[in-house]
Design a protein around this ligand. Structure first.
Ligand SMILES: O=C(O)CCC(=O)C(=O)O
Length: 291
């Protein structure tokens, strides 16, 4: 399944995201120009037990029909809005009911997504199946999230105040990326809002009367396959499209460096509302540090 961009005005930057096979830390630093540029790392998470074993049957058995929190969308876009007080709508369900929905469910009215769920808190049974990538310095605050869903789910355009390795275990994800310097074309919500890291533009169907500069935005895109991981630098805008029937990913967010606070997004938020930076850091890293 492919997802097309329905915006003829949206321009491709012409840049590509390179693939690098099992880099050393030094090679990764070089390929990312000091962790400032996205890159796809191949053939590393292929060693995880998760990559070798995770199927719906394996997960159903491992999770023993536990009760889980699933996010819901009625238009496939999983986003926070003022109407729902900036929380994703969600429901509780048994894990097996969720996987049954993935296999056989009716997607016409609503979509489900096991969305950004910290593994150590919610799925400790699965921790032995994954490994923290060696590129992440030991001891830094780190959060690993599990994402399980199906083709069609969209995480809309936003940035994170974290370094990110998005690791694809099953299915593929298509990612549109915009460099931080594209921010002026992307209309973030106000710096003192609850979602200053999200774009107001619906990029698949943009309102160019309201957001005229979006017509000048330039994106770079890539599709990551199962077994690959994408490094997304902090403050890079990204919109993520899940592809394929079963889509499983784990992302590792880890603490940004001091110099990352001087990027346009961080400066904008700091200038308008310093407490927002603290709020964002706390919301991501309120968990324990990587051992
Ligand atoms: O995979 C997704 O749907 C979103 C992932 C994401 O936004 C992230 O890793 O920061």
């Amino acid at each position: 399944m492919t997802t097309t961009l329905e915006n003829p005005n949206l321009q491709n930057s012409g840049n590509t995201i390179s693939r690098i096979n099992r880099p050393t830390l030094a090679e990764l630093k070089q390929a990312t120009k000091g962790f400032n540029k996205p890159v796809i790392i191949t053939d590393t998470i292929t060693e995880w037990k998760a990559f070798k074993s995770w199927s719906i049957e394996y997960l159903n058995q491992a999770l023993n029909n536990k009760e889980i929190k699933i996010s819901i969308s009625n238009n496939k876009i999983f986003t926070f809005t003022a109407e729902n007080d900036y929380i994703l709508l969600s429901t509780e369900m048994k894990f097996n009911d969720f996987t049954n929905w993935i296999l056989n469910g009716d997607r016409s009215e609503k979509s489900y997504y096991l969305y950004q769920t910290p593994i150590d808190q919610s799925f400790p049974e699965l921790l032995p199946d994954i490994q923290t990538p060696e590129y992440i310095k030991k001891g830094v605050p780190l959060l690993a999230n599990l994402w399980i869903g199906t083709g069609g789910n969209i995480s809309p355009l936003h940035w994170d105040s974290a370094q990110n390795l998005l690791c694809q275990v099953r299915g593929r994800k298509r990612i549109l990326l915009f460099e931080p310097k594209q921010t002026e074309f992307l209309y973030p919500f106000p710096a003192n809002s609850k979602i200053p890291h999200m774009s107001q533009v619906k990029i698949n169907d943009p309102d160019l009367n309201k957001f005229p500069k979006f017509a000048s935005a330039k994106y770079t895109e890539c599709t990551i396959e199962a077994g690959e991981m994408l490094f997304i630098p902090p403050f890079w805008w990204h919109q993520v499209y899940s592809l394929d029937q079963l889509n499983i990913a784990i992302n590792f967010w880890w603490q940004i460096r001091f110099k990352d606070y001087f990027t346009p997004q961080a400066r904008r938020i700091l200038a308008n509302s310093p407490q927002q930076v603290w709020y964002l850091i706390k919301s991501i890293f309120s968990k324990k540090a990587n051992k």
